[in-house]
Design a binder for this molecule. Structure first.
Ligand code: GAF
Length: 371
């Protein structure tokens, strides 16, 4: 394994443990996680591998096979991190005095900028490795929560729990239905190939600068609307028409998205449990329109990817993840894969967009030990 070779070359000994954690796509349930709602992600075959040996001092040595220099970074303490190292150091920080320093090598293959949660994969791989070598006995959900806290409190991104939970808990061949309030979860078989289908990821290769600020703004709008409606979170809205009548402007639109999106997650889970995977397309399309028109987190590249996929023969398509670029997913009959790709490529070329990247998404396992 090349991360083990790099670790040994840099630090002069083999790592004590090696963990792999995946990125994710979200089938449906977008921006619902921080509203205590429902999500349905699955892990992708790409992820982050962390090789790690704990130290008995506070030094942190970090090496990434993806960094330009290829040289380890040495931090005398946790306050010195910058860039990608913040995600690792944030996890160490959240573990407090349960851990000291560590020698770590990282190898990642999540397509960068595709919105497939490479940061959650990084956090969860390191958290899992530390949990293992220190015998902390944390559950996968506790590791996900710790990783989310690292991202919220240390990196400063106010994300929900979906990405870290998907990375920690997903199972191969399954989607993960997660109740983001109770944190109860259930894996749901997602065997697309046996239905003659495939889930195509369309990476727009575009990421808009203001995405982080807009994400925080949406979250604040939802919290403000929940306060006005007198509920703990938008998950608790039971009379949607009544709620909408009490709100105005953007908050009204945000609430309509969140409440209907939660219903769509439950409806889609119902279809999957009934074995009716070929029938989920309309829910994917409706989710996209709601994210585009009500939540306003799509982008021209995502909209064109979705529309062109459907024209090319996809049964349904939607943006996935936080939005403002990143990736769309399309549910495509196997015999229509070429025509969907061609349709998207042509639509992008006509508009002068950068050529998108196509990635086949099969549900992969969550975090696991490699050696
Ligand atoms: C990003 C966040 F990190 C998730 O928590 C989630 O809110 C998602 O956007 C939108 O569904 O990936």
């Amino acid at each position: 394994m090349r991360v083990v070779e790099a670790f040994s070359a840099a630090y002069g000994a083999s790592p004590r443990t090696v963990w792999r954690a995946p990125g994710r796509v979200n089938l449906i349930g977008e921006h619902t996680d921080y509203n205590d709602g429902f999500v349905l992600p699955f892990a992708v075959p790409w992820g982050v591998t962390a090789a790690l040996t704990p130290r008995d001092d506070d030094t942190i040595r970090l090496l990434s096979l993806q960094s330009d220099s290829g040289e380890p970074v040495t931090l005398a303490g946790r306050e010195e991190s910058r860039g990608w190292t913040r995600y690792v150091v944030g996890v160490l920080e959240m573990l407090g005095d349960r851990v000291r320093g560590a020698d770590i090598a990282i190898d990642g293959d999540v397509p960068s900028g595709a919105g497939l949660s490479s940061s959650a994969a990084l956090e969860v791989s390191v958290a899992s490795a530390l949990n293992d070598v220190h015998g902390l006995g944390l559950t996968p959900m506790e590791l996900a929560l710790l990783s989310q806290k690292a991202e919220n409190d240390f990196v400063g991104m106010p994300c929900g729990i979906m990405d870290q939970a998907a990375s920690a808990l997903c199972e191969e061949g399954h989607a993960l239905f997660l109740d983001c309030r109770s944190l109860g979860s259930r894996t749901i078989p997602l065997d697309l190939a046996s239905h003659g289908l495939s889930m195509l990821i369309i990476d727009t290769q575009v990421h808009h600068e203001h995405a982080g600020g807009e994400y925080a703004k949406r979250r604040a709008e939802c919290e403000s609307a929940a306060r006005k409606l007198g509920v703990a979170a938008l998950r608790d809205v039971t009379d949607l028409a009544g709620a909408l009548a009490r709100l105005q402007g953007d908050e009204r639109k945000r609430v309509e998205h969140i409440v209907t999106e939660n219903h769509r997650v439950e409806a889609l889970v119902g279809l999957l449990r009934a074995g009716a995977v070929t029938e989920i397309g309309a829910l994917l399309n409706a989710s996209h329109l709601s994210l585009r028109d009500l939540y306003e987190v799509s982008s021209p590249e995502l909209d064109v990817a979705v529309e062109a996929s459907i024209r090319g023969g996809a049964r349904g398509a939607r943006m996935t993840g936080g939005g403002f670029g990143g990736s769309a997913i399309a549910l495509v009959p196997l015999e229509r894969l070429d025509s969907v790709k061609e349709s998207v490529l042509n639509a992008y070329a006509e508009r002068g967009f950068k050529e998108p990247r196509f990635l086949p998404a099969t549900p992969a396992p969550g975090a696991h030990r490699l050696s």
